[in-house]
Structures are given as C-alpha cells and as structure tokens.
Design a protein around this ligand. Structure first.
Ligand code: FBP
Length: 321
C-alpha cells in the first residue's frame, strides 16, 4: 500500500481555511520556538538577578525565551500587543497589526535545572484584553520533551505536530494527530499544588479518583506536559483553589484560557470552580484562576464534588467598557 504523504503544519493550516495572517503567525511561531531551543543549553543555570512582576526570581532561561519569542512575534508584523507572564507591562508592537497575544513563554520553570519537560503556551485574540476565552482566534503550545510537539487550534479541532528533519536537515512539523478527541473517562489524574493545602472536598475527590476510578497520578511540574498526558490518555488535570491560594496558581490569560480552548476543541471540558474557563474574564491581566480540565465525565464529577464549596473569588468580573 502506497505510504501516505505526511501532512505539514503549513498544509494543515491552509486546509483549515483560517485567516492567512493567522496561519502565518502560527507557523512562524512554531518554527521560531523550535529555533529558540538550540540556545537553551546556554541558559540552563542561574537567574538574571532581577525579579519578575510577582517578585519571583527569574530563571535565566525564562528571561531569554521571553525576549526571543517577543522579538520574533514583533518581527512577524502581525502583532500589535503582547502580554506575557514575564513582562511587567504589555509590549506594544505594530499599531495596525491584527492580533493581540498572551503567552507563558516558559511554562514549568522549575523543571529547567533538572532537564524535565517544559513548554510555551500562547493565546491569540483580535481584540485587546480583558476578554473571555470565547474571543480567542487561536491557541497553541510547544512541548519541549523527548521530541518536540506543537499543538494548535483555530476553533476547528485540536491538532498535534511533531518536529522532523527533511533530507536537507531542515526542520519540519508533520501531522501526528489530527482532530484529537480526549478519551472518556480516561485514566490519568494530573495534579497541581500541595495536597496538604487542598480543600477537604477536593482531597476527597482526589482520593476517590485513586480508590474508585483506579486512576494513575501524573505530576511533572509542568502544566503543558501534564495537560498532554491528559489529552492523549484521558482523565483530568486540576490546579485547584487551595487554602493558601484561593485562586489557585495558574494564570487566566497566559495559561488557562488557551489551554481550555485546546481542551474544549478536543471534546473535553474546562471549569474555573464556577464556569467554563472560557467564560471567565478579569480586569487583572495577571489574574490567577482555579483550573480543572479534561474528560467531560471527570470534570462533571469534580463539579459535583465541589459544588458545595464556595470558591472564594469572583472570577467573572464584568468588564466595564
Ligand atoms: P511557571 O509558569 O511559573 O513555571 O508556573 C506554572 C507551573 O510550573 C505549571 O507549569 C505547573 O503545573 C505548576 O506551576 C506547578 O506548580 P506547583 O509546583 O505548585 O505544583
């Protein structure tokens, strides 16, 4: 049987019918983030000495990747504003450009020193923030793992690509999984935060996943990597509201919204503790939000388990235009 010709990222984007400028932004980012990786070894140790807007010490790689990706996005000429977990203020680029980008340039910073997987998360809007996730026109992530994968959605399913080299040694992203559907109910429980800080209701939910659902715990310290396990094997990832941080740890715009878009496009569900993560909007662009996402059956289960719990934050802030 004739071998199927592999589908490239560019071909897949063209077939999606997405806006040509959006196609260009997505494919150029995929390759740029790939090029960045060649530089990683230089920045695996140390910090830049300064602190980010949250007062956290910034790993050298965090800072370098942020600068490299921001420069590359500006050079596309397609972005008018960039919000980043590593930028104190949004970066203003081309005034008349069509897109606004929100990103976590390096998700899983604690994994840098130990060479465990980490990633990059990006959401693309036409309108400026604050916005609900329903206004995302694209979301994508890069997972720097044993192989490099790139997963995107433009609202027509979630699709995964893997980096290959062609005969001339040029990197190509080839289709690995088209229109992914998360398995139901799945087998993996990806968790975040310290179980000692979990609420009694969530702790009981977590224990039941092991005792009754016989699920497997998966914790890599990187949301992107844990998300990928849940997306491929089914299950749930949760960084819940905790006693120490009622709004959880993950950021609404840099992490939750883009990943919720990818998850819901793969037939999964997302929840903030009171609504789909795609319906949460907050005037604070650095807002954190409790995050539950994965197979529908399990997200429904956690909603039932926590329903009695008032999530002590008001995630849906009506934005006064
Ligand atoms: P960074 O983006 O600053 O790395 O933080 C996010 C993160 O590393 C996620 O990738 C991961 O799921 C979570 O923090 C782990 O947090 P904790 O160590 O509290 O479980």
């Amino acid at each position: 049987m004739a071998e199927q010709k592999p589908v490239t990222l560019e071909q897949h984007l063209a077939a999606s019918g997405a806006d040509k400028k959006l196609q260009k932004l997505i494919s150029s980012f995929a390759y740029v983030a790939l090029d960045a990786q060649h530089q990683f070894p230089k920045y695996l140790r140390g910090t830049m000495g300064d602190r980010n807007k949250y007062g956290e010490a910034v790993a050298a790689l965090d800072e370098w990747v942020n600068g490299y990706l921001c420069d590359s996005l500006v050079k596309t000429g397609l972005v008018r504003k960039i919000y980043s977990e590593e930028l104190k203020e949004p970066l203003l680029a081309h005034n008349d450009a069509p897109f606004v980008v929100a990103m976590d340039p390096l998700d899983g910073s604690s994994n840098i020193v130990s060479n465990n997987a980490f990633g990059t998360i990006v959401g693309v809007y036409r309108d400026d923030l604050p916005q609900t996730g329903r206004k995302l026109v694209a979301a994508f992530y890069k997972l720097y793992g044993p192989v490099n994968t790139f997963v995107y959605t433009v609202g027509k399913g979630t699709h995964e690509f893997v980096k290959h080299y062609d005969s001339e040694g040029r990197a190509q992203f080839l289709l690995l999984a088209d229109n992914m559907k998360i398995p139901e109910p799945g087998e993996v429980f990806g968790l975040g935060g310290d179980p000692v800080d979990w609420s009694p209701l969530f702790l009981r939910f977590g224990k039941d996943l092991f005792k009754k659902e016989r699920m497997k715990a998966r914790y890599s310290g990187t949301f992107v990597a844990d998300f990928s396990q849940v997306l491929h094997r089914g299950g749930i990832f949760a960084y819940p509201s905790t006693k120490k941080s009622p709004r959880g740890k993950l950021r609404l715009y840099y992490e939750a919204q883009p990943m919720a878009f990818l998850m819901e496009q793969a037939g999964g569900e997302s929840w903030s503790g009171s609504s789909s993560l795609l319906d949460v909007v907050d005037n604070d662009v650095d807002a954190r939000v409790p995050l539950y996402m994965g197979s529908r059956a399990l997200v429904k289960k956690v909603m039932t388990a926590l329903n009695g719990m008032t999530v002590n934050h008001t995630p849906t802030t009506i934005v006064k235009k």
